[in-house]
Ligand binder design. Sequence first.
Ligand code: NAD
Length: 498
Amino acid sequence: MTQHSDQRPTMSSRVIPVEPFDLVIFGGTGDLARRKILPGLFRRFCAGQMPPQARVIGAARTDMDTAGFRTMVAEAIKEFSGSYSFTQAKLDAFLARIEYLAIDARGEKGWAELAELMSDEGRVEAYYFSVSPALFGDLAERLQKWGMADASARIVVEKPFGRDLETARALNKTLATYFDESQIYRIDHYLGKETVQNLMAVRFGNMLFEPLWNAQYVDHIQITVAETVGVGGRGEYYDKSGAMRDMVQNHLMQLLCLIAMEPPARFDPDAVRDEKLKVIRALDPVLAHHIIRGQYQAEPMNEAEAPGYRTAVGDARSRTESFIALKTHISNWRWAGTPFYLRTGKRMEARSSEITVVFKETPHSIFSEDAGKHRNVLSIRLQPNEGITLGVTIKEPGPGGMRLIDVPLDMSFAEALEEGAESVDAYERLIMDVIRGNQTLFMRGDEVEAAWGWTDPIIEGWEARNDVPKPYESGSDGPTDSTELMRRDGREWRKVTA
Ligand code: NAD
């Protein structure tokens, strides 16, 4: 019998161990491995999720032995584990699971040793390609050549997956030469975030929202991913990419898919990904005047430390956008007529990722003074402070007549769940999903291609128009034209707050 209770929920602390595995991290000495992958694996180890036989093998070009790599991993864990507390004994036990091999993705060095290390049967074999995408093909080819690309092997590939439809197709084709689609895990770490999965739970696990989740009741939807950082040391790479390729084509479109998709028949990888693909295929082309691109300016009085975009990338005439806002529509029965506004940028006023569903006004207000002033707003916050808030209208307490105010019904996870409910980092969750063989939160090849198929003409459009991004102040919410994009429609962006 289903239990109903108005008590606070208790979070299941059950950690389900995964099968014994060998995880090879190509690029194990790189930035991503040190900041995310290795600290994430360590947390799973501390949570008791790594079986005793599991091994992590760092493989990179750097000449180093296992002892040297373990020292590097220990330093990375200490540096990038934030407030996570652990003992030296735990760290030592984790380090004992780690090995290292110097390997050349483009040569023969290290491959025979790796093949020998991976020869044990009966374990999950996963290969994380945490290297430049230019090396993905070389790695796949050598894995096959050295007998490691058998049917049970899994590969994890990082973004960027191509820079347009043509390159994404070529990459898919290369990987498909050596691996079946069911073996390829294309990471979009946004999909590993707790709130993103909660979005599906809220939509498809409740009766409350789904009947209202359509153009009849929803006025519009906003998706904002705002960063306070600039391009930093990635200037050269970023300038070839820009906000559209770096953020919209992957992260924002994935969020758009999850918010807009039809309920899948089952929560299984292909059922979910089929529905996401349908959303991308139903996206309208974007009109030129519905796209606002921007470049951040230097911070006044602090130009040396916070230079403007063009200085940061070393190109005084760069036309690459560090900010983009756009309006699009999804041409299907559910969403016809509901605009979707997407916005992302660097050096904005706060670091915040949020999806906002703004519902329509009530058809008739019986409270004449407040007519048209109140709307329900569902805000799904990915970072910081993951959680979901529903704005509802109530009577302002106290005497003085019927005045209405909007108050939040807060579903912040830390509060809703018991104290100590520690959130799991996106990378940890996704790596464990790879070991479990669950592709639900990974992008399928056709999804990635469809996403490029939508973004390519948009990019080609502004390139053909020689469009120059508008400057915007560091620490602002983007160019004023972005505000205007909303104002023209009688709407406004939600304030970007930390
Ligand atoms: P990085 O430059 O810091 O590290 C690259 C790694 O690749 C190093 O370990 C290096 O030894 C190894 N390598 C380079 N050439 C090699 C070769 N010929 N043979 C074997 N190993 C070789 O890069 P990174 O920032 O860790 O990024 C890795 C991948 O992850 C890239 O695809 C990047 O786009 C992606 N990514 C990184 C981040 C991030 O925050 N760093 C975020 C998202 C995606």
